[in-house]
Write a protein that binds this ligand. Structure first.
Ligand SMILES: C[S@@+](CC[C@H](N)C(=O)[O-])C[C@H]1O[C@@H](n2cnc3c(N)ncnc32)[C@H](O)[C@@H]1O
Length: 221
């Protein structure tokens, strides 16, 4: 499936260094996710998703890129526990003439019931750095990276929800680093009835980043 669509980094020139004291500045992991959307562009467009969700949207460039890829045909929802990130995501969507429904909340807590079985694309670039568990309690910039034990404590709270959240055709894209034990994540997801592949992997300084894709065993890829 070839896609001629080029996933460009949305304009975030409205965000300044003062904003990036409070919200995660797009970095190698963000760009790997954008490159993965390019890799998956044709698949995503053919799927004709109705509902797309990004958890932990930060500056908002990823969900805005997805909204543009779909020519705004899908409902795009973004959440972040950092209120400043929610605000920046709203500004980024507007700057790029897109509409994204943004909520300041923990994971998808207030939306879980309403979204059951309806999420076609779920994206999470979690706080993945190995840190002491106490550090994951912040609602500020620290929430961007503090991942607790194995850098997995936040990811591990979202994964059990995906069988209920994803639609029959639904897929999830998740960033992981080597310390997060991606193979263990893939075998866990397999026990929940999902298959997985690595869309892209790249080394960025000390980080070995990969974008994992999870999809239902029954669906044809
Ligand atoms: C690594 S940053 C990624 C930001 C953006 N998606 C990107 O790719 O540039 C992780 C984001 O997840 C948010 N986050 C961390 N824990 C969260 C939670 N429990 N619920 C919602 N968002 C969370 C952080 O505030 C931060 O904006």
């Amino acid at each position: 499936m070839d896609s001629k669509y080029e996933v460009k980094t949305p304009d975030f020139s409205h965000l300044t260094s003062a904003d990036f004291e409070h919200v995660y500045e797009p970095a190698e992991d963000t760009f790997l996710l954008l490159d993965s959307l390019q890799e998956e562009a044709s698949f995503i467009q053919h799927m004709k998703p109705s509902v797309c969700v990004e958890v932990g949207c930060g500056s908002g460039v990823v969900i805005t890129a997805l909204s543009k890829l779909l020519n705004q045909s899908a409902l795009c929802i973004a959440t972040d526990r950092n209120p400043y990130a929610a605000l920046c995501t709203q500004r980024t969507a507007k700057q790029n003439s897109c509409h994204v429904e943004v909520m300041n909340c923990d994971l998808l807590t207030p939306l879980e019931r309403r979204l059951q079985g309806s999420v076609d694309i779920l994206i999470f670039n979690p706080p993945y750095v190995v840190t002491p568990s106490e550090e994951i309690k912040s609602n500020g910039i620290e929430a961007s990276w503090a991942g607790g034990a194995d850098g997995r404590e936040v990811t591990d709270r979202l994964l059990p929800l995906i069988p209920k959240l994803l639609s029959p055709q639904g897929v999830m894209y998740l960033i992981a680093i080597r310390e997060n034990k991606p193979k263990e994540l893939m075998s866990w997801i397999s026990s929940l009835g999902f298959k997985s592949t690595v869309v892209l992997a790249r080394r960025a300084g000390p980080e070995h980043l990969s974008v994992l894709k999870f999809y239902r065993d029954s669906s044809v890829r």
